[in-house]
Design a protein around this ligand. Structure first.
Ligand SMILES: C[S@@+](CC[C@H](N)C(=O)[O-])C[C@H]1O[C@@H](n2cnc3c(N)ncnc32)[C@H](O)[C@@H]1O
Length: 353
């Protein structure tokens, strides 16, 4: 999937690895249903759907669930290009309308150039009318707008800050495109993984929880606001939503992450489980292995991975001077497989060597 939002912790580069492992499991024990419990940009759920699985995607936040509603839940056969393109063309042709969004994110802060901000605003207002109560159409149009906005933003990929100088891509014109929808049905739900997991059952669960203290709502507050369109009170230079302060996932807490993982694993009803983590997270490889052992046969796969772009660019002060040193630009990415099937474990052991 080419067109997906920039998302920290996203499994874009690791997708072929995940697909390969799922393919190997399916070759031994055919898979029908999968759950992507922390779906984020929805790219893993999308890849699993493309592999022919019926996917349920879940995330805490409205922007992530909207992406999943378009990319996992909606059926491309009901929303083909021929049907969507006239709508996208109408939205694209709207005159920009500078209001609250443009003032907040293009003037008081600098996430988008004002001409794109005003365009985003006009399109966002019109989406409610165009979708006329059709939740899938609404999600598809919002997904198209989010992807278009992401292509002309002026950040390093997270919204904790914006660049001091406009990013070259921010000069481009915001352009709506047809999102990479897939045929077939799926499901998108919004909830806390710990509460939702016991209600679900599937052949395979994919778990990709946050690894550290950085809250996804804080990192992607602007996408949440764009989707909810609730003009929230904002604070600080980054103009984050006020509710960023209140929302904390237990997986963002060093003290609570282990207990949360233990509770989650204890509640899963599935034959196979894939868990992504890395060596910079709150839980060590040994701790995760110990937690998973009670669940089934465990295989731990590992790869080097380039850290997020901000870590590679460097650390700067507000004057644009380089101030800190980035300790390293690569980390180790883990993919744990836990399975009830000894045959699956045997088949995957060759990958672990
Ligand atoms: C590492 S990211 C997932 C990235 C995703 N696999 C991708 O490729 O884009 C973790 C996700 O978990 C979500 N999240 C955090 N706490 C959660 C919770 N308690 N329940 C459900 N989702 C949660 C965050 O909003 C974030 O999207």
């Amino acid at each position: 999937m080419g067109a997906v939002v920039k998302y920290i912790g996203s499994k874009r580069a690791l997708l072929p690895w995940i697909e390969d492992v799922v393919g190997r499991i399916a070759a031994i024990d055919p898979l029908r249903e999968a759950v992507d419990l922390f779906s984020g940009s929805a790219r893993v759920g999308h890849a699993l759907k493309r592999m022919g699985l019926r996917v349920t995607a879940n995330d805490l936040y409205a922007y992530a669930v909207t992406l999943a509603r378009a990319l996992v839940e909606a059926d491309a056969l009901s929303y083909p290009k021929e049907r969507l393109e006239p709508i996208l063309a109408r939205l694209q042709a709207l005159e920009g309308r500078a209001g609250w969004f443009t003032r907040t994110y293009c003037q008081a802060s600098r996430y988008f150039q004002p001409h794109n901000g005003a365009k985003i605003e006009a399109i966002r207002e019109a989406i409610e009318l165009e979708s006329a109560g059709d939740e899938h159409l609404r999600a598809i149009l919002l997904c198209s707008l989010l992807l278009a906005a992401d292509r002309v933003d002026s950040t390093t990929g997270i919204q904790m800050a914006y660049l001091k100088r406009w990013a070259p891509r921010s000069y481009h014109r915001l352009t709506l495109t047809y999102p990479p929808l897939l045929p077939g049905a799926g499901r998108a739900i919004q909830g806390d993984a710990l509460e939702i997991a016991p209600q679900l059952e599937a052949d395979l669960f994919y778990l990709d929880p946050p690894y550290n203290q950085h809250s996804y709502l804080g990192n992607y507050h602007l996408w949440e606001t764009l989707v909810r369109w609730d003009k929230p009170a904002t604070y600080g230079v980054a103009r984050k939503r006020a509710d960023v302060r209140e929302h904390k996932s237990p997986f963002n807490s060093k003290r609570r992450a282990k207990g949360a993982m233990e509770k989650l694993l204890g509640s899963l009803r599935s034959k196979h489980l894939l868990l992504s983590f890395n060596n910079e997270g709150f839980l060590s490889m040994a701790e995760l292995k110990a937690l998973l052992k009670d669940w089934g046969y465990v295989i731990c796969l590992e790869r080097p991975y380039r850290r997020y772009v901000g870590a590679r660019i460097g650390i700067y002060n507000p004057q644009g001077q380089k101030v800190g040193r980035v300790s390293h630009t690569e980390n180790r990415e883990f993919l744990f497989v836990a399975t009830q099937s000894k045959r699956v474990q045997q088949a995957l052991l060759t990958l672990a060597r």
